[in-house]
Design a protein around this ligand. Structure first.
Ligand code: HXC
Length: 257
């Protein structure tokens, strides 16, 4: 891996992926995205990992897709490169992903953070979809996920002006989960990850799937989906263990079975 660093912590089952092109503010070139896709697929298959954190550095989560790599491409080049298949594969990660964001999360960087399941931000974080300023528009879900997250009026404003919002604004629009001082954002992401990692990995996966389904379907279909996943949890040993542990007033020992 040239552009990302992957660290696995077997206890407490949290893996960290760090985007690592600091001189380019972690601009997301095609290779970085392929590496990220491969790392996520590998961690998704690894039973020792329950939660994944994606981060950058204090200055930048990611300042967007790599403009230098894209600038001379034609529409047909972009179609043939087909980078969004990579993004679709990332979106299909079954384990929860937390984005730990500090500094710039712009364009594809903001879209990557929104592709994650939760966002913890440092108070220096800046979110935005500035593609309009370079003659294009969001292409990796920005017009859809931002609108679903913060509503039409604000999303339209951000997409059409390209202006950045602070972490506090992002929190007030419910785009992100929490804002903390810059020294704390990674720690805070780990704290959240560790709390989730204590749960049954089967229940985590089924619950993530069901929450995501609410963005893709009508209420009735979503409720049916939720119900089936709820029933499915009863096929796991973890369900028996979780409920027995409650009754016996002890901590559950989940095996992911
Ligand atoms: C390539 C980038 C980059 C990017 C920064 N750099 N962003 N290179 N693609 N998206 C490089 C700069 O060229 C520069 O390298 C170095 O990183 C530092 O950036 P500066 O501009 O000198 O830093 P600063 O003055 O602090 O400004 C920071 C910034 C600005 C406000 C974040 O860099 C900026 O506006 N970046 C572009 C943001 C953007 O438009 N993102 C959307 C991209 S389109 P050199 O070697 O030149 O000094 C997109 C589409 C997504 O994301 C859909 C498809 C996935």
């Amino acid at each position: 891996m040239e552009f990302i660093l992957v660290t696995e912590q077997h206890e407490p089952h949290v893996a960290l992926i760090q985007l690592n092109r600091p001189k380019e503010l972690n601009a997301l070139n095609l290779q970085l995205m392929l590496e990220l896709r491969d790392a996520l697929a590998q961690l998704d298959r690894n039973p020792a990992v329950k939660v994944i954190i994606i981060t950058g550095n204090a200055q930048a989560f990611a300042a967007g897709a790599d403009i230098k790599q894209m600038s001379d491409k034609s529409a047909i080049d972009m179609l043939t490169i087909d980078q969004f298949t990579t993004w679709d594969q990332i979106r299909k990660t079954k384990k929860p992903i937390i984005a730990a964001v500090s500094g710039f999360a712009l364009g594809g960087g903001c879209e990557l953070a929104m592709t994650c399941d939760m966002i913890i931000a440092s108070e220096t974080a800046k979110f935005g979809q500035p593609e309009i300023k370079i003659g294009v528009m969001p292409g990796a879900g920005g017009t859809q996920r931002l609108t679903k997250a913060i509503g039409k009026a604000k999303a339209m404003e951000l997409v059409l002006t390209g202006r950045f919002i602070s972490a506090d604004e992002a929190l007030s629009y419910k785009l992100i989960n929490k804002v903390v001082p810059v020294e704390m954002y990674l720690f805070e992401a780990f704290t959240l990850a560790k709390e989730i990692a204590q749960m049954s990995p089967i229940a985590i996966q089924l619950a993530k799937e069901a929450v995501n389904r609410s963005f893709e379907t009508h209420l009735d279909e979503g409720l049916q989906f939720e119900r089936k996943n709820f029933y499915l949890t009863f096929a796991s040993q973890d369900q028996k263990e979780g409920m027995q542990a409650f009754i016996e007033k002890r901590k559950p020992n989940y095996l992911g079975k």
